[in-house]
Write a new protein. Structure first.
Length: 224
């Protein structure tokens, strides 16, 4: 029986993928790299430790990787954070899961301070206390570290007792490596086919769609 649900945040609970991609694109440009928006967007969901090597050589990483990532964070907060909004029915979905007695956790590739802001944007800062961020993982998604850390903070939960809700193939890959199933949401810009190929056992448009089909979903015990 399902006992716990672990949520990704960006693209899953808040509509933030384009903003993250723009912030990275701006930061790369400021450091002399002109990278197409779509190429960056398809890397969102990874932490900086996994995203930067896609676009920078080893020498470039050593020379400017850390400074570029800090610059990206500043750009996101100053230019794009005010435009990020919560996705529909997030709070109602969380409350439904709580009413069903499920343990809940957040597992995000965001920095800890960013995660606290995102919880407020999603209107769930008073609902979920168990969380892991990039600060709690040696390597970010698609490595399993963040989900493994979340499982350790849940009470008596084995990987087979839990399910991840995410919006990217990186969530599904990381969850699979941690032994956890994944529900995919299309709200991050990936197709249902791409998410299922990565291992998602079911897909829904967004949190509102998942809530509307809750009784027939894996959250209610259906092995779709």
């Amino acid at each position: 029986m399902l006992k716990a649900v672990i949520f990704d945040v960006d693209g899953t609970l808040i509509d933030s993928v384009p903003q993250h991609a723009r912030a990275w694109q701006d930061a790369f440009q400021d450091f002399g790299h002109d990278i197409p928006f779509e190429d960056i967007r398809r890397q969102i969901g990874k932490g900086g430790d996994q995203l930067l090597p896609v676009f920078l050589s080893g020498d470039e990483l050593d020379e400017k990787g850390e400074a570029l990532e800090k610059h990206r964070s500043k750009i996101l907060k100053e230019r794009y954070l005010p435009t990020i909004q919560g996705l529909p029915q997030v709070r109602a979905l969380i409350e439904r899961l709580q009413a069903d007695g499920k343990q809940l956790a957040l597992a995000s590739s965001a920095k800890q301070d960013e995660l606290q802001t995102y919880k407020k944007i999603a209107d769930i800062d008073d609902l979920i206390g168990t969380e892991t961020s990039s600060d709690d993982a040696e390597e970010s998604k698609p490595n399993p570290d963040i989900f493994q850390a979340a499982l350790k903070r849940l009470n008596g939960i084995a990987p087979t007792d839990a399910i991840v809700i995410g919006d990217t193939p990186y969530d599904a890959e990381a969850a699979r490596k941690a032994g956890v199933r994944t529900i995919g949401l299309l709200s991050g810009g990936w197709s249902a086919e791409e998410l299922k190929q990565a291992g998602c056992i079911a897909t829904y448009r967004d949190p509102a769609d998942l809530l509307a089909h809750y009784d027939g979903s894996p959250l209610a015990g259906s092995q779709t």
